[in-house]
Write a protein that binds this ligand. Structure first.
Ligand code: ZN
Length: 429
């Protein structure tokens, strides 16, 4: 029986290599592409891998496997699949597009812009809508806002494709250009086209906020939160250590009106260290070095793997803010927990970030020093937990375990704390 089985496998392999029209492969490929179109990525991967077992030189099967890996965050595997497809069929536009997407997801924007620009427009696989959107996004990240705006405008006119991501990218790009009226216009249209999508309301909230239309901003952010968190009021399940040592003050809490109303940061905190007299700064607070926070060690609040690390952005002077939207987090570190949630820490001092992507960190490890980079007008630490769904970071409620809150007579140990604005907090250990 065993040898008969082997003969059968060999027969299949040689059949696959010779006949391009092998019916079983054709069926598998059909199922794989149907699964891809329906975004059932696990099934698309399984079907395309099955097809490749029979026909390992099928470029389309490699291409589908590439997208299944790409959309589930396995960038290295995706890249390998697309490379195989291009090797077998150098003009495979879909696979070339996939390779450019991998490069884009790796945040290599120059390279990505070049790759999207080089795609063959006369190929039947070429989709102008997605090419414009992705090239636009790369240019937006490179600060080439005007070029990106043209591409997004064209993509938005294309009525054959409806995808909320393009609208969100177009609004982000207008924020980059500081054309807040246009950002408002696009996001208002988006709320009509996708009224159930929390992210369009989130963008609308920011557009109003930039235009200093605070009442409208609050309403839009609230709508976004209602759609994103329908079961509000649940106790936070994830408990972490505070990301610093010593006593710090909460200067903006959950849903804080300065910058924590959006659905990516509504469960975040801003912290500032205090000296023995509870001062956030000495002298007049005009220099970063006047602040107790500036240069203090920031520690990992839990074990995890670094998935993002950025350095090289200048520290602002107190009272000033870096207006570049793509630098809003400043120098930053993102740490992924084994359960998938990501801890995000922002505004590190320039040149102080100590961890690289891929590095494992333990709770308590120093990851950098507190600074004043990005969307920050005083040295402080921004900390929040998010979950990534479909490329968007959704804020995730969490709490701190075994902490001291308050100072002096009011000092009390808490097993679990969700500190509020104005509260003092310190790790017990
Ligand atoms: Zn913040």
């Amino acid at each position: 029986m065993r040898s008969a089985g082997l003969v059968f496998v060999f027969a299949l392999l040689s059949l696959g290599a010779r006949a391009a029209e092998d019916p079983s492969t054709r069926d598998l490929l059909k199922q794989a592409s149907a699964a891809r179109d329906a975004k059932r990525w696990d099934e698309a991967l399984e079907r395309s891998e099955a097809a490749l077992k029979v026909q390992p030189r099928n470029a389309d099967a490699w291409d589908i496997a590439g997208y299944a890996n790409l959309e589930t965050g396995r960038l290295a595997q995706a890249e390998e699949c697309f490379r195989q497809a291009v090797k077998l069929k150098p003009l495979h536009t879909s696979a070339r597009f996939g390779l450019a997407r991998v490069v884009l997801d790796e945040r290599r924007y120059e390279d990505a812009a070049e790759r999207f620009g080089q795609l063959r427009k006369d190929s039947p696989d070429y989709c102008p809508f997605w090419a414009r959107n992705n090239l636009g996004y790369a240019l937006y990240q490179l600060g080439r806002y005007d070029e990106a705006a043209k591409l997004f405008d064209e993509a938005l006119k294309d009525s054959s494709e409806r995808n909320v991501k393009v609208w969100l990218n177009a609004v982000g790009n207008e924020f980059g250009r500081r054309n807040y009226r246009r950002a408002l216009e696009i996001s208002e249209q988006a709320t009509r086209a996708f009224p159930q999508d929390p992210w369009v309301w989130h963008k609308l909230g920011w557009a109003h906020k930039y235009l200093k239309e605070n009442a409208q901003a609050h309403a839009a952010f609230q709508k976004a939160r209602e759609l994103a968190f329908p079961d509000k009021g649940a106790e936070p399940q994830i408990a972490l250590a505070l990301p610093f040592r010593g006593c710090w003050k909460v200067t903006q809490g959950n849903r804080g009106e300065v910058s924590h109303e959006g659905i990516d940061d509504c469960f975040a905190w801003d912290f500032q260290a205090v000296d023995n007299d509870a001062n956030i700064y000495v002298n007049k607070g005009k220099k970063n070095t006047d602040y107790a926070s500036f240069g203090r060690e920031i520690i990992a609040p839990a074990d995890g793997t670094v998935i993002y690390s950025r350095d090289g952005i200048r520290d602002n002077e107190p009272g000033e803010v870096n207006p570049t939207v793509t630098e809003a987090q400043g120098n930053a570190v993102h740490i992924q927990q084994p359960t998938g949630e990501v801890l995000r820490l922002y505004h590190f001092q320039k040149g102080s970030v100590r961890v690289k992507v891929g590095e494992k960190v333990k709770r308590g490890d120093c990851v950098g020093l507190c600074g004043n980079s990005g969307l920050s007008d005083e040295p402080h630490l921004h900390f929040g937990l998010v979950r990534y769904t479909d490329g968007n970071a959704l804020s995730c409620p969490c709490c701190f375990s075994s902490v001291w809150t308050g100072r002096g007579e009011n000092r009390a140990r808490k097993e679990k704390a969700v500190p509020q604005r104005g509260e003092f907090v310190e790790n017990e250990h």
